[in-house]
Design a protein around this ligand. Sequence first.
Ligand SMILES: [Zn+2]
Length: 197
Amino acid sequence: MRLARPLENLIDQLLILPTIGPKTAQRLALFILKLPATEARQLAQAIIDCREKVFPCPRCGYLTDVDPCIICADEGRDKSVLCVAEEASDIIAMERTGFRGRYFVLNKNFNLMEDKGLDGINLKPFIEKLRSGEVKEVVLALNPDIDGEILSRYLAKVAAEHQTKVTRLAHGLPVGGDIEFADELTLRRALEGRKEF
Ligand SMILES: [Zn+2]
């Protein structure tokens, strides 16, 4: 069955989203089609706004629309504790635990085992933070998988070169799981029980 071209196009666009298969894409497209014109426009505009206005904070890597981001701009935060995470979404999870230090996000969007290794990660802001001398502890909050392990070892080495204490989240996080999806209690326990690396 041949669909109207704009509808087909919308389905194709929705199919690029993760977890969306052909049936869901079709259902969503038909739902969008029924939306009032203003709501459909708002949805389209929200996607454009996100794409054009949100960027990784140059200081910490958190996704923001202002420089510095709200976390870096918050003077009430403990500058001596720096939590290193793989993705900005991990920060959202860490924030739910009540962590009040600062962050450094690697924004690692590739697989270390298959790709170019550590070269693709911009560690300059991390090293600058260590050099500033205000960081007393680096908390490694990387995913408990092979990439997380390789990165943890590497970052621990870099931090040690700057005489900075390194801890990592305690075990209890599911191996191969994502920090992003860890429940709040498990993550808070892992943070409280962090061990020296
Ligand atoms: Zn920031």
